[in-house]
Write a protein that binds this ligand. Sequence first.
Ligand code: MLT
Length: 243
Amino acid sequence: MNIDVKLAPQSPEVWGYKDKTVVVIDVLRASSTIITALENGARAVVPVLTPDEAVTLKSRYDSENVLLGGERGGLKVQGFDLGNSPLEYKKEVVEGKTIVFTTTNGTNAIRQSGSADNLLIGAYLNLEAVVKKALELDKDILLFCAGRQNGFALEDAACAGAFCAAVLRMAQVKESDSAKAARMIAASFDSTFASFMASEHGQLLERLGFSDDLKLAATFNSCKAVPISINGQLVLSNTKKPR
Ligand code: MLT
């Protein structure tokens, strides 16, 4: 088995998604929010590219059980039910609901990876559960950092490095140079929180008043939920079909 990291978003035509398990990482905050929503009982999270697409899609569903979630510029989209803070996605808010979700970078990376054999969503919150699932799926693993403005994001690279280190602890895998580089980045920080505070996006979120999101997203393994994409919807990985 091989493990590789895309340190910045790149078209799947370039990297190829066949026979791979792709793990999309947007630790601040789309991945952390999607994981929290499913952990707290959301039926599905449907990633879309734009707020307009979200509104159109909602009108096609039984809208009573659908919430619109996501951000632009880090803040809740006007007219949406929820923003992109994992703390908003509480059990009493999301249980039984479908969340139509759009964020600046995260949902874009998810949609780009849509044709991967297996597409999982990872963050520190569910790191161990995702690593176990990816090893069980027994295909080459590609960690896809959502990044920022189509470029590199330090916090995603460090999180990918933590995933690589965990995979190497649990299995015999061949790592690419970018996987090694991601591990080195992760190892250069005393804590996950320190990697957030060193990153441009972490600093922006702090300025916007989302310090509690940073603390939450820095927590290891508090969730068992492994979001997997089935027919364009993210559901818990033990769910065969979107309910
Ligand atoms: C994104 O998808 O760009 C992020 O999740 C932005 C954010 O932190 O809200």
